[in-house]
Design a protein around this ligand. Structure first.
Ligand SMILES: Cc1ncc(COP(=O)(O)O)c(C=O)c1O
Ligand SMILES: [Zn+2]
Length: 548
């Protein structure tokens, strides 16, 4: 890549507004001592260069936006193809929640599996430009993994300080890349303090986390990619599980720059989620407070999100959310694990707990109406489930088939068949009557992944009644609004036929019912689920109760 030595970058003090030039090394404001400074670029010059057209000719990834990143000589770039991650649509989750425009920014596809790969690539490249050969970083796991990989590649010795709550698998990955791993028994905030002392005593470079220019600047690239993917529009929401707040702050800065460039017309509202046992930011936001009360003893299995003292970062995020809108939710570890399982079962996505907790909070935002059915929602999604699958699945996750003895005796098929027969448990038959193909298929999927259900689908009322006569199901699930014979009439006819009147009926509808319609259904059906506001567990529990 070329050398951009004429690049002019200024730093603006977020406290007093003082401006200084961006040079080698981290800076604090010389006027007021503030340590959070914001980088500013020559956006007018960029605008004159017809940037979007240039971008269209570049390869995907973080560095395609190099004009707006804090590196002067592009020969210093340490890259492994980070960024350029796809925006996946989760079709089944979208149907379940009734959201038409849900996108998952799939940061799992980064080199080490989280959005922190962007940060590591920019931060390690900048260290190379500054001639730093040894550095110290404190982390809740993913930053250490990403930095360790990029530091190895960039030839920088790295000392990582991790809280002892970080899963062993993650720590070993850090060690595998050749970084020094120091486990600190204590909170993440205490771990940061130990790392800082160590760096000071050894006179080593200390990564300043959210106060590092490289860190925030790297996160902007998610905003640029999202805007490009949406044909230069900003989504209505950016949702993330937060710890220090770097992701949403950086993304908001990215959209602000795109606004200044005239490429988008707003900054998305920010939805933040934290674990119930460590939610200083969410608690403060819900209470309308600009300053967060620290959580001194985080109580959560989700170590990744265990920043108890967000400090000034929260004030920064708070002001962004005041200006552009936002919402905040907590979710328990159990809710996070349920959400993780749901996402995996429904749409084949395996996400780590820090992302799963965000999904659990996000479900609440949809249910309480903060997020509307037409909103364009982008979700920051990272990680892999492997270290926590035991919490999610329990012990009953496989069925055992033993053919080892049968295989050695004369008739292997017989042994195999009788073993397989044990796998087939009792089946409940369910008829689904729904004219929307997506909804019908989703119900089928939900039930089939749970094993014991045989689902038959009819696409209109008349053929639904015929199907019920033929199959004699254990339960009927019907929509109400259908062309031709609607759900009300289907129910009336089933109830009028003595041979079918005993079959329990569940109604699944997108329609807001009038009191008269409710009266008409009462006594006829087992229960009613509102489309877009139920989770698969609600449906399943309803069916299990009905069958009993
Ligand atoms: C997967 C994942 N999600 C969320 C976070 C929280 O990041 P932040 O609050 O700094 O944006 C982290 C931090 O390491 C992470 O690894
Ligand atoms: Zn200042």
């Amino acid at each position: 890549m070329s050398v951009a030595s004429d690049k002019h970058i200024e730093l603006h003090c977020t406290n007093c507004g003082y401006t200084l030039d961006y040079k080698t090394g981290e800076a604090v404001c010389p006027r007021c001592g503030e340590s959070i400074l914001e980088a500013a670029y020559d956006l007018d010059a960029l605008n004159r260069s017809n940037w979007p057209e240039q971008l269209a000719r570049r390869r995907p990834g973080v560095w395609r936006y190099h004009e707006l990143l804090p590196l002067r000589d592009l020969d210093h770039i340490v890259t492994m193809g980070e960024g350029g991650t796809p925006m996946l649509r989760p079709p089944n989750l979208s149907t379940l929640l009734g959201l038409k425009n849900l996108f998952i920014k799939d940061e799992r596809q980064g080199p080490t599996g989280s959005f922190k790969d962007r940060q590591a690539s920019v931060a390690i490249s900048v260290l190379r430009e500054w001639g730093v050969s040894e550095a110290v970083v404190a982390s809740t796991g993913n930053v250490a993994i990403a930095y360790a990989a990029y530091a190895a590649r960039g030839g920088i010795k790295l000392w990582t300080f991790l809280t002892s709550q970080v899963p062993g698998d993650k720590m070993r990955e850090v060690a595998l890349y050749g970084a020094e791993v120091i486990k600190v028994t204590g909170t993440y905030d205490a771990t940061k303090a130990v790392a800082a002392q160590f760096a000071q005593s050894r006179k080593l470079f200390l990564d300043r986390g959210i106060k590092s220019i490289a860190a925030i600047e790297s996160m902007k690239t998610m905003a640029y990619e999202i805007a490009e993917d949406l044909d230069w529009r900003a989504p209505d929401w950016f949702i993330q599980g937060v710890s220090g707040g770097m992701g949403p702050i950086g993304v908001a800065k990215g959209f602000q720059e795109l606004m200044q460039l005239g490429l988008v017309d707003k900054v998305p509202a920010i939805g933040i989620v934290q674990s119930e046992g460590c939610a200083p930011m969410v608690n403060a936001f819900k209470a309308g407070q600009r300053i967060a009360t620290p959580v001194e003893n985080p109580q959560t299995l989700i170590a990744t999100l265990s920043t108890g003292r967000p400090g000034r970062a929260y004030e920064w995020l708070w002001s962004i959310m005041q200006e552009w809108g936002g919402t905040a939710e907590t979710a328990s570890d159990e809710e996070a694990f349920e959400a993780m399982h749901l996402l995996a079962r429904l749409d084949g996505l395996s996400v780590e707990p820090a992302t799963a907790v965000a999904f659990a909070g996000f479900f609440k935002m949809v249910r309480n109406g903060m997020i509307r059915p037409d909103d364009v929602v982008v979700f920051n999604c990272s990680g892999h489930t492997s270290s926590v699958e035991k919490h999610v699945l329990g012990d009953q996750w496989a069925r055992q088939v033993d053919v080892s003895r049968a295989g050695r005796v004369s008739l292997p098929e017989e042994g195999l068949l009788s073993a397989l027969e044990q796998v087939e448990a009792a089946v409940s038959r369910i008829v689904v009557i729904d004219d929307t193909a997506d909804a019908a298929r989703l119900i089928e999927r939900i039930l089939q992944t749970r094993g014991r259900y045989q689902v038959e689908i009819a696409r209109d009322g008349a053929s639904g009644i015929e199907l019920v006569k033929e199959v004699r199901p254990d339960v009927v699930i019907t929509d109400l609004m259908m062309p031709g014979m609607d759900g009300f009439e289907v129910i009336d006819r089933l109830k009028a036929d003595p041979a079918l009147s005993g079959i329990p009926i569940i109604v699944l509808t997108a329609k807001e019912l009038t009191p008269r319609e409710r009266d008409r259904l009462s006594g006829q059906i087992e229960f009613l689920l509102q489309k877009g506001s139920f989770l698969d567990e609600d449906l399943l529990q309803g069916i299990i109760k009905t069958l009993r």
